[in-house]
Design a binder for this molecule. Structure first.
Ligand code: CA
Length: 361
């Protein structure tokens, strides 16, 4: 190629590149560009709610993009183990991950707040804080040094306090119990003498069955019935003080995200928002059926945690969260944002949602 021709073709390539943002869609330059992504998850294959929600996200992105961005999903352990999702997406082994922020405290002290806070927001309030209360901006700031862009992508709604082999009548009954409970909830339980253990969902049943642990919390009736915890523990406690409305996260590798045209970036955000909403609806619809099955067909003993236990858990939660804020500037910033939002939203929900629940029963 002569130098003059080379310059002309280079200029043409440059013009094409510059025109890209103006010509998105199937007919434009970006229409021909295809992306094949991997999504690693912390969930067992096709696990109800969490796994099926992640699969729905992958399918939705692939179909809504007309195949321009196809996402292949991997269950925990298929490409990376459940608790290596954050690192795998950060280093680009996979472009995308579906998991929960409270598994990443070891990476970033403030991470658990973006999943749930003990005695904190319910799902509706969590979404309000993330989308309209500055929460998502703080989350993006926290994950930026890891090269990750987070999106809220699911919520289980209110969880259960968990499964116990023996009845819990007092704080004394908790002492020395080995319990699967991750995140801030685990740290709080430790203050009451419990030995908290973190295990991926897929390993909890065996640990309960072999006696490696005495108690566990996972999610709620829908998911707990699927794992069969009623076969290894009789007492099922509420309320899920530790996770009143946990957000699941979709994390995207920042470089991969920035390599996408704007319409596909927007598509990821829209699909995550859709799944965020649909997953909560799925849990609400399925929990109602599963709770009935657990009680009526499996004879599960449903119990509220004693008031003295809940009061002690509440006190310990404030201590744990306060200490985290003193240790870490970002945790202090997030806690302050959440607390200010909670105070105002609680005043509103006291006379709206709560008044309605009390009225309706
Ligand atoms: Ca849980």
């Amino acid at each position: 190629m002569r130098r003059r021709d080379f310059l002309i073709s280079s200029a043409a390539v440059l013009a094409t590149a510059c025109s890209r943002p103006q010509e998105p869609g199937p007919g434009g330059q970006d229409g021909g560009q295809r992306f094949q992504w991997k999504m690693v998850t912390s969930w067992p294959p096709n696990f109800p709610g969490l796994g099926t929600g992640a699969a729905e996200l992958a399918r939705m992105i692939s179909r809504a993009s007309g195949g321009r961005l196809t996402v292949r999903i991997y269950a925990a352990g298929e490409l990376v183990p459940a608790f290596e999702v954050f690192d795998a997406v950060s280093r680009g082994t996979a472009e995308m991950g579906h998991t929960a922020a409270y598994y990443w405290k070891g990476k970033a002290e403030a991470a658990p707040f973006f999943c749930t806070m003990p005695f904190g927001f319910n799902a509706q309030e969590m979404n309000a804080w993330l989308y309209h209360g500055g929460g998502l901006e703080l989350w993006r700031e926290l994950y930026a040094p890891f090269g990750l862009v987070p999106f809220p992508a699911g919520n289980t709604g209110m969880q259960m306090a968990g499964w116990f082999k023996r009845e819990i009548r007092s704080i004394e009954d908790l002492r020395g119990l080995k319990m699967r409970i991750p995140g801030l909830g685990g740290e709080v339980m430790a203050r009451l003498g419990v030995v908290p253990v973190n295990l991926p969902g897929g390993e909890i049943f065996t640990a309960m069955q072999t006696g490696a642990i005495d108690a566990c919390e996972w999610v709620g009736p829908y998911n707990d019935l699927a794992f069969g915890f009623h076969r290894v523990a009789k007492y099922y406690y509420y309320p899920g003080w530790q996770e009143p409305g946990p957000t699941l996260e979709c994390i995207v590798n920042k470089k991969a995200y920035e390599s996408l045209p704007e319409d596909l970036q927007e598509l990821i955000a829209a699909c995550c928002a859709a799944v965020n909403d649909r997953m909560l609806a799925d849990y609400t619809a399925q929990n109602r059926i599963a709770l009935k099955t657990l009680i009526e067909e499996h004879g599960v003993e449903l119990r509220p945690l004693p008031e003295e236990v809940l009061a002690a858990l509440r006190q310990a939660s404030e201590e744990v969260i306060g200490e985290s804020a003193r240790r870490d500037a970002m945790s202090a910033k997030v806690r302050e944002s959440m607390h200010a939002f909670r105070e105002a939203v609680a005043a509103w929900h006291r006379i709206s949602e709560r008044a309605h629940y009390e009225l309706r029963g």
